[in-house]
Write a protein that binds this ligand. Structure first.
Ligand code: ADP
Ligand code: ZN
Ligand code: ZN
Length: 788
């Protein structure tokens, strides 16, 4: 039998795999992490498949054997390999990178340089013999350890004569895994029994007992090295058992389902009738009760013994949906997020893989969880930009979710009040099933939105960031002891610092952006690289003292609000206040308990929250994103405004919104005022069609970064030329645009340029790019279906 193996270093050749033979008796299966010889080294690989060696007769060389099994990836299934293959193919990343998405611990694999001895080495002096004895008595001796014990010249002599050689050894540290159990796994133990009495002893003990935690054996005096050695040779096996601990120790009062509204009921029934796993776009206005629909369908799946995956944009800010599910379903739910400890993460993963838990709630990366019996995937706030990963591999969560659901034949629900234009288009084309909820629950009205033209405000002499209408709304709200949310999409105090005499703007030393003044620390900060600087007392350029702060960030608004409403209790939520552990969720929950009157913040305040006592929403600068030179500026703005407005009037009190803008005539502002998705969509899709933007054309963004501006452009031009030549030769109508300077010219001392590939179908362009090593140079970033 043969094993087809993906090796980590094949990052260079995107999907190349290698064949190895499987030694008799070794237990290998798809998903196993194995150690294989690769050139002169040993490397870790992941087994993709196992099959008959049909070419054995014609092969002119012998395949090398797998050396050892490092570990089994728990719950690894064929389906995951297929999805990883698709990811690497579609998003132009290496197969190894795509496979790693499905690993429990992505970074937990430790890598050490170890040393091995060549057996039967001849003519050693006394000192050398000692080294060799030491190496052969231990498995996986670290090079560093050896250097500690023995003289450098002795070792150097051994290396140069190739009596010793080093190799890379990667594996999970057994000691980290207290929940790892060890069991006996082999019938024929003759060979090793003779070699080491200690091994024989442990094997015998294992054969006679039930699996026990590794720690038990270690306590009995068997070393980790010894255990590893047995496992590596297939005599014993490490399995992992989730611990009994539960996720939620704090008791939450159980709740009972609502009596569904007619619209909710109809939506539920449509999805209940699903056969074969379609994708449903659940477009429901803010406050239409989408969560209740998710929970009803979840209950159905649980009743059949299936599992449900619930994806949310950012777990720290959407603790509310977690609470809803936990109230309803108790400890059957596990939560996956980045602040879990390694053990908690592993535990939750195992519970899902074994089928012990049935609901998994998490952000983007939870889409890679191992499932036992997946019955439904829910993507809440499906339009949220956090679903597109902006690091390698740059996958889109919705696409991965649909791939995985297809294997389980289960439906996917994409829920949003402001669906992504691309997904709405797909729904209208019939690729998704469109379900619309037109009304809020209990016929509650949508909030009333007033638009304030800030140019007029200025003409009337009001230079304040708060318009008169805004002040009036807040005054009224505070008087009635109701709550308000204020959105400003810029953190910090002032957005830039400029010399009034010469126009000098203080920029970051390593990024081409203005630094932002943070009054709390009285420092300037770069929002791209986090660098800090002192505020200059005199202009660094002309020496004048006329340094002035321009622009308004959340910090400044907080100060102004406090001046204007001294009695109001104000909470600020942005990247700066959220940074402290869990504090995003803490601020939101304190606001829910009405410990604050005003919640002020960046787009985080607009995300899906359901506060019953919020009757007012103020949007300070509605058009802050609108003028970005990117095709999705209008879409992102409409979503942000509509979502923000939708936080008002969700309880018994009707909501009011004031929206400040410099562009009241813009269709995005007007549609957001009416919270009219259809009207927005029609204008937006017409514009996309005219300019051939997604969803009509696909977009591949190639970003090139380099410290040296000259080589940067050389790379850019080389890649452009390659693509142009391909285009001509293949008579493709794909557009190759650029290279041009990126929106931000330089970040962290690296210059950035962009090359765009745009076309109706980029399959062939991508195939070309995959085959050419130039596109895999360091500093060349490939972003398929770019939204950045
Ligand atoms: P959405 O996610 O669509 O914006 P939510 O799911 O947050 O809306 O629901 C809004 C509010 O309405 C929540 O407080 C929820 O408990 C409540 N709700 C949901 N369904 C019903 C119903 N059928 N009857 C009464 N209230 C409901
Ligand atoms: Zn100056
Ligand atoms: Zn910077």
């Amino acid at each position: 039998m043969l094993a087809e193996i993906s090796i980590n270093i094949t990052a260079k050749a995107l999907q190349q795999t290698f064949s190895y033979s499987i030694p008799a008796g070794m237990k290998v299966r798809a998903g196993s992490r194995v150690l294989v010889p690769f050139g002169s080294r040993k490397e870790e690989g992941i087994v993709l498949s196992i099959h008959e060696d049909t070419e054995a007769a014609t092969r002119t060389f012998t395949l090398k054997p797998i050396l050892a099994v490092l570990s089994d990836q728990v719950g690894f299934r064929e389906e995951m390999i297929q999805t990883a293959l698709w990811i690497s193919q579609y998003y132009l990343c290496s197969l190894a990178d795509a496979l790693r998405l499905f690993m429990i611990e992505k970074k937990g694999i430790s890598q050490r340089t170890c040393v091995e001895a060549v057996p039967d080495a001849v003519a050693l002096d006394g000192a050398e013999a000692l080294v060799l004895d030491y190496v052969s008595r231990h498995s996986h001796v670290e090079k560093k350890t050896l250097e500690k014990h023995f003289a450098p010249d002795v070792l150097a002599g051994l290396y140069s004569r190739q009596v010793l050689r080093d190799y890379l050894y990667q594996q999970n540290n057994v000691a980290d895994k207290l929940e790892t159990w060890l069991s006996f796994d082999h019938a024929d133990t003759e060979g090793t029994l003779k070699r080491s009495p200690r091994q024989a002893e442990l094997l015998q003990a294992l054969a006679q007992s039930e699996p026990q935690p590794v720690s038990t054996w270690v306590q009995k005096g068997y070393s980790h090295d010894l255990i590893r050695h047995l496992c590596a040779h297939g005599f014993a096996r490490l399995t992992e058992k989730p611990s009994r601990t539960v996720n939620f120790t704090h008791a939450l009062a159980a709740d009972t389902p609502w009596q569904l509204t007619e619209e909710q009921q109809a939506a539920v029934e449509t999805i209940q009738r699903d056969q074969g796993g379609k994708t449903y776009l659940l477009h429901g206005v803010t406050g239409s009760g989408k969560t209740e629909i998710y929970m009803k369908l979840t209950a159905d799946v649980l009743a059949r013994g299936g599992q449900v995956l619930v994806l949310v944009p950012e777990i720290a800010l959407t603790g509310q949906i977690v609470r809803c599910f936990v109230r309803r379903f108790g400890n059957d739910a596990v939560v996956m997020h980045s602040q879990l400890s390694k053990g908690e993460r592993r535990n939750n993963w195992l519970r899902m893989a074994n089928g012990e838990s049935h609901i998994c709630i998490g952000a983007r990366s939870a889409v890679f969880t191992a499932f036992h019996n997946l019955g439904l995937i829910i993507v809440d706030e499906e339009h949220d930009s956090s679903y597109k990963q902006d690091d390698v591999p740059r996958y889109h969560t919705v696409e991965v979710a649909r791939r995985r659901a297809a294997y389980y034949g289960c439906p996917v629900i994409l829920g949003s009040a402001t669906p992504s234009v691309g997904d709405y288009y797909k729904a209208l084309q019939g690729e998704y099933v469109l379900i619309t909820l037109r009304e809020r629950v209990l016929h509650r009205p949508l909030p009333d939105v007033a638009v304030v033209d800030m140019r007029e405000e200025l003409a009337r002499g009001n230079r304040n960031v708060l318009s008169d209408a805004m002040v009036a709304l807040l005054t009224e709200t505070l008087q009635k002891k109701q709550q308000a949310i204020i959105l400003l999409n810029r953190r910090g105090f002032s957005t830039f610092v400029m010399c009034r005499k010469c126009g000098y703007v203080v920029k970051c030393n390593t990024c081409d952006v203005a630094m932002v003044y943070h009054k709390n620390q009285h420092r300037l900060r770069c929002h791209y690289c986090d660098a800090e600087k002192d505020v200059p007392l005199v202009c660094p350029s002309c020496g004048s003292k006329y340094i002035k702060f321009f622009g308004t960030g959340t910090e400044k608004v907080e100060e102004q609000l406090q001046l204007q409403f001294p009695q109001a209790r104000i909470a600020r939520l942005d990247q700066d206040t959220k940074a402290r552990k869990n504090s995003g969720d803490r601020i939101i929950e304190a606001f829910r308990r009405e410990e604050y009157d005003i919640l002020l913040g960046t787009q985080m305040v607009a995300k899906g929250h359901d506060f019953a006592n919020v009757s007012a929403v103020g949007i300070l600068s509605a058009d802050s994103l609108l003028n970005l030179p990117v095709y999705w500026a209008g879409e992102r703005t409409f979503q942000l405004l509509t979502q923000a407005a939708g936080r008002a009037g969700r309880g018994d009190i009707p909501g009011k919104v004031v929206m400040q803008t410099y562009a009241p005539e813009h269709y995005v502002i007007q549609c957001a005022q009416k919270q009219d998705y259809q009207a927005f969509y029609e204008q937006e899709i017409a514009y996309r069609q005219e300019l051939l933007y997604p969803p009509f054309h696909q977009l591949l963004k190639i970003v090139i970064v380099d410290e040296n501006e000259k080589t940067l452009w050389e790379t850019g031009n080389t890649l452009a030329l390659l693509l142009q030549t391909w285009k001509k030769e293949s008579a493709s109508d794909t557009a190759i645009i650029g290279p041009f300077v990126d929106i931000i010219k330089k970040v962290r001392n690296k210059y950035r340029i962009v090359l765009l590939v745009k076309g109706k179908d980029l399959t062939e362009a991508k195939a070309f790019i995959r085959e050419h090593a130039e596109f895999r140079r360091p500093g060349v970033l490939l972003d398929v279906d770019s939204a950045g």
